[in-house]
Design a protein around this ligand. Structure first.
Ligand code: SF4
Ligand code: SF4
Ligand code: SF4
Ligand code: FES
Length: 972
């Protein structure tokens, strides 16, 4: 029976501002301490501060320099208390509780002290409260009220900081030092929460002041604009420009960031249906109140003038668009799809789901393909990023997902990061990792580049295995060889948890001398002793955790490498408890979810194979149609079939294949070959320029649903404003299904989740009501795990025993040769997101307004290339031109670029070489030549012409729609 969630009866939690601040962080000690505060008895964990204990007893002690996400500092003295038997008036934020302590928080002596403290602060503070942007949200103002300050005796004419100049260099927040009370909350937030150490307190006594970097402007400093200092500031010194411009928000709704796979929870703080600011939510289980520049500040794209708001259709891609109503656009699309199937057959059409859309939307698109198109031609953008994770982890551990929570890293003694750049791609988790590194965990990075994590402040030296691109499998085999040949394996774990025959076969394979680090050195370029040391460090640690990214999966041996990682973790017993595990860092916000929801052509939701008759029977009974038992086409197969003339129509929701998929020229040829391309997106993206039907999408702020992050955590997405085009994405898919003659009806996404739960064993316990009650849920969530599963494989694996896999190293076809002597690898940077469609329409452009080619100084010198020169990059697939950036982050022989700007054409160069098991493209290894040039490539010139034409055709449609009707024009 469906467990229908009625949003009217079960309102989404509205969190009004501000959230409770308990003054100092929670302590987790199991030893409890009892004391009395103002006569109220309270028992708290040992190590808790008196300030926090009082807050827990609902006794509010005034405070300014303390905050419950920062260690106490004890500088303002406002939180002073009297403790029986102790001399003086100690600061309650830095005083830990003690058994039998008797605390007084209010008396005349304390009141006088606090008033004096406030008087000193106010005497050096502008008295412009009524016009101050923090008016109504200022802790200094609140404290002046709380201590009953009525006069300031010292006057304002002595030395002061009231004329200090404002730093407006950051596009999102300003720094007005005249308002600063030097509480150092910002400095500590930058250190403790973010881990960047960009701020300091310069000078002493009255001269002390906050400075970014070496007294630089914020934009010139190390600051990465995470916003933690702005969040921490009790005054308006550090303040969001959006609040300065628009005023204080009046209500807020908790929702989930739509950028990366960390899945941070935010309070969308609103005035009416306008977002004033996004504030990281302290109750968020993935982020605990932290954020990065994207989720915190880069939300302006949602109301950017480029947003598509009206459906559009056209017969051919060189015709102008015609704006039409929803009904006409849907009817046009459905008629075309039906006609194409009638002419070319059932298999001639397909759909692509989006890892940026919600689980509910993704589920509906694959259901549309299977139930209305009546084939399995559905795939998702995870094909080009983490499909090897699905294959590799399912084969070895029995489940296509990471094993841990993010918080688990706080129990890790050794952290291994392979082919990932968390400070740029998963920044909030990177901050947590850095916190653990500062506490003393060891770090091993396996990556060709010297990623920023290696420069973690206040962390002792990390181990960096700077291997050649494309040699991951050789490296992981060498590490496993060390573990087994030196007897470092966990025999008890292997005997109890793993398949004995499989292990024996793998053991013999891995002991072969060809895997010895000394023999692999020539392949990876990493000295054998470094590999031995890293393998020993990982194997001998009480808890060793592996985190990996696209530098593992986007290879011709991506699936082998994922299995190699799982082999190593099983061999060392690093599975099934906190602090260990195998953890893919998922790129986009809902990559995990789009895979879970049955987007792949061979799997129904919950990774249930279409070839299994019992599975099909359940879905057929629920959906009322027969389901094809043959897997459908993967994205690259769709392109090949389109070019061959066998595949004629495609429905793409929220995915820009023309920019994100490899070998752009082949993709463009495929898109041009289609007779009907239906694109549903919030902008006219690169794919939409080849479309015949444009269905405006809704941003994450405009819809209800759920995202599933890299920890398998299902988080609620809540609608905070009406959809600009009038429909949420799930409603559009329903309309298309109905127009195709397949009846679909849901009133709310909660009903879609109920249907998913009824058909998917790992989701049976998931519902909106339970999500609202628990905040978030990590699947599997079912009768056995009603509140979800934070750590996987604790007792056993879903396949019973862990399966070791043979992972022979096979050199990539892309290995460099005389014609293409360099290896190109691609990736992301912090400020931009994926194809850049969202972040390019925000102030994040200030950090990265073009993609550049990074190359080592020796490679540059050999080619006569100077920093900033235009260079042509040529591979066997194509050529593009970028500006050069000379960087010693790169090893010699390896060049790097990002793919955030469409005109850069990074994917013109990447080839269609792909993972042997899943077809995930080999983005991380392309053999190229680089040379100085003076003009854009032929592809870039052609791109510019086509881009101009398509924008003109779009503008034409908008101008036409804005014109008065012909009759009115005649009267003008
Ligand atoms: S925005 Fe973040 S990185 Fe920048 S100074 Fe503030 S806390 Fe540090
Ligand atoms: S900028 Fe804000 S948080 Fe930082 S020291 Fe000044 S008042 Fe405190
Ligand atoms: S870390 Fe990822 S989920 Fe969190 S705010 Fe940044 S982009 Fe959003
Ligand atoms: S809040 Fe305790 S000293 Fe400032």
């Amino acid at each position: 029976m469906l467990n229908y969630y009625d949003p009217k009866q079960t309102p989404a939690p509205q969190h009004f501002l501000p959230e409770r601040d308990y003054g100092t962080p929670a302590r987790l000690s199991e030893t409890l301490v009892s004391l009395e505060i103002d006569g109220v008895a309270i028992t708290v964990p040992e190590g808790t501060s008196v300030l926090r204990a009082a807050a827990l007893a609902d006794i509010n002690i005034p405070k300014l320099c303390a905050s419950d996400n920062l260690e106490a500092f004890g500088s303002c003295r406002l939180c002073a208390v009297q403790i029986e038997g102790r001399r003086g008036l100690p600061a309650s934020c830095t005083t830990p509780v003690a058994a039998g302590m008797q605390v007084t928080t209010q008396n005349a002596r304390l009141a006088k002290l606090r008033r004096n403290v406030m008087e000193l602060y106010i005497s050096d503070h502008p008295l412009d409260c009524l016009t101050c942007p923090a008016n109504g949200d200022c802790e200094l103002q609140d404290m002046a009220g709380a201590v009953g300050l009525r006069e300031v005796r010292y006057g304002f004419d002595g030395d002061n900081h009231l004329d200090a100049e404002t730093d407006d260099s950051n596009p999102y927040f300003s720094f007005d030092p005249s308002k600063c009370i030097v509480c150092s909350r910002c400095v500590r937030a930058c250190e403790e929460v973010q881990g960047t150490f960009a701020l300091t307190i310069e000078g002493r006594g009255f001269e002390s002041k906050v400075a970014a970097g070496q007294s630089e402007a914020f934009m010139d400093s190390e600051c990465v604009s995470c916003g933690a200092c702005v969040q921490a500031c009790p005054t308006s010194t550090l303040m969001e420009k959006s609040v300065i411009e628009q005023g204080q928000p009046e209500h807020s709704v908790v929702t989930t960031c739509a950028y990366c796979g960390v899945g941070c929870s935010f309070k969308a703080e609103m005035q009416g249906d306008r977002v004033v600011r996004m504030v990281p939510y302290k109750g968020g289980d993935a982020n605990h109140g932290h954020s990065c520049v994207k989720g915190r500040f880069a939300f302006g794209y949602a109301t950017h003038p480029d947003r598509l708001k009206t459906p559009m259709i056209r017969e051919t891609i060189d015709q102008p668009w015609r704006e039409v109503g929803w009904e006409e656009a849907i009817a046009f699309a459905a008629e075309r799809l039906k006609a194409i199937q009638a002419r070319y057959g059932r298999e001639s059409i397909g759909g692509i789901t989006s890892s940026r859309c919600t689980n509910e939307e993704t589920y509906l698109v694959q259901k549309l393909v299977r139930a209305a198109f009546r084939n399995n031609n559905t795939d998702t953008c995870a094909r080009v990023c983490h499909s090897p994770t699905g294959y590799g982890l399912k084969t070895t551990l029995g489940e296509s997902a990471g094993t841990q929570t993010f918080d688990s890293v706080m129990q890790a003694d050794v952290i291994v990061v392979i082919g990932a750049n968390p400070t740029d791609a998963h920044p909030v988790f990177a901050s947590q990792m850095r916190r653990r590194l500062r506490q003393g965990a060891e770090l091993i990075v396996v990556d060709p580049r010297r990623i920023d994590l290696l420069k973690t402040p206040r962390h002792r030296g990390a181990q960096h295995l700077a291997l050649r691109p494309g040699t991951n499998v050789a490296m992981i085999n060498a590490m496993a060889h060390v573990v087994i040949s030196e007897g470092l394996e966990d025999r008890e774990f292997i005997a109890k948890r793993c398949d004995a025959a499989g292990y024996q076969a793998w053991r013999e394979f891995i002991l072969d001398p060809r895997h010895a680090p000394e023999n692999v050195e020539a392949i990876t370029g990493v000295p054998a002793e470094q590999v031995r040391r890293a393998a020993r460090t990982y194997a001998q640690a009480p808890n060793g955790a592996i985190y990996y990214g696209l530098g593992v999966t986007e290879h011709s041996q991506g699936s082998s490498m994922v299995m190699g990682i799982a082999n190593l973790a099983m061999a060392t017993g690093n599975i099934g408890r906190e602090g260990v595990g195998v953890n893919p860092l998922r790129g986009q916000n809902n990559v995990q979810g789009s895979c879970d929801m049955g987007s792949f052509p061979h799997e129904l939701p919950g990774y249930q194979h279409v070839g299994d008759p019992a599975v099909r029977e359940r879905f057929e009974a629920a959906w009322g149609v027969p389901i094809d038992d043959e897997p459908g086409l993967r994205i690259p197969n769709m392109f090949d079939a389109a070019v061959a003339g066998d595949f004629k129509a495609l429905y793409v929701q929220g995915e820009d294949i023309a920019q994100s998929d490899p070998n752009t020229q082949h993709v463009e040829e495929a898109l041009r070959s289609l007779e009907c391309l239906i694109v549903q997106d919030i902008f006219l993206n690169e794919t939409a320029k080849f479309a015949h039907v444009l269905l405006p999408g809704s941003s994450f702020l405009e819809k209800d649903g759920t995202f599933t992050n890299a920890e398998r955590r299902i988080n609620r997405v809540r609608k905070v404003m009406p959809p600009l085009a009038g429909k949420q994405d799930w409603e559009v898919t329903i309309d298309l299904a109905n127009a195709l003659g397949y009846p679909m009806h849901y009133d709310h996404p909660a009903q879609i989740v109920d249907e998913i739960a009824s058909l998917t064993p790992s989701f049976t316990g998931v519902s909106y009501a339970r999500l609202d009650a628990l905040g978030s849920i990590q699947w599997p969530c079912n009768a056995a795990h009603p509140e979800g599963t934070p750590t996987m494989h604790v007792e056993d694996f879903p396949i019973g025993l862990g399966q070791f896999a043979i992972t022979d190293y096979v050199a990539s076809d892309e290995l460099s040769n005389r014609r293409f002597p360099l290896l190109l690898t691609t990736g992301r940077i912090l400020s931009q997101y994926n194809v850049g469609a969202q972040t390019r329409r925000t102030h994040n452009q200030a950090w990265h307004d073009e993609d550049v080619l990074e190359l080592h100084p020796a490679d540059a010198e050999l080619r006569g290339v100077r920093d900033g020169d235009w260079v042509g990059i040529t591979s066997r697939a194509g050529q593009t031109v970028l500006r050069a950036r000379i960087s010693d982050r790169m090893p010699p022989g390896v060049v790097y670029t990002t793919f955030h700007h469409p005109g850069s054409g990074a994917n013109v160069i990447t080839t269609d070489s792909s993972d042997w098991a899943t077809n995930c493209p080999e983005y991380k290894v392309t053999a190229v030549q680089v040379e100085k040039v003076s003009q854009p490539s032929a592809w870039q010139r052609q791109f510019q012409t086509f881009d101009r034409l398509q924008l003109q055709l779009l503008r034409g449609a908008r101008d036409e729609a804005a014109r008065p009707p012909a009759a009115e024009r005649a009267n003008e």
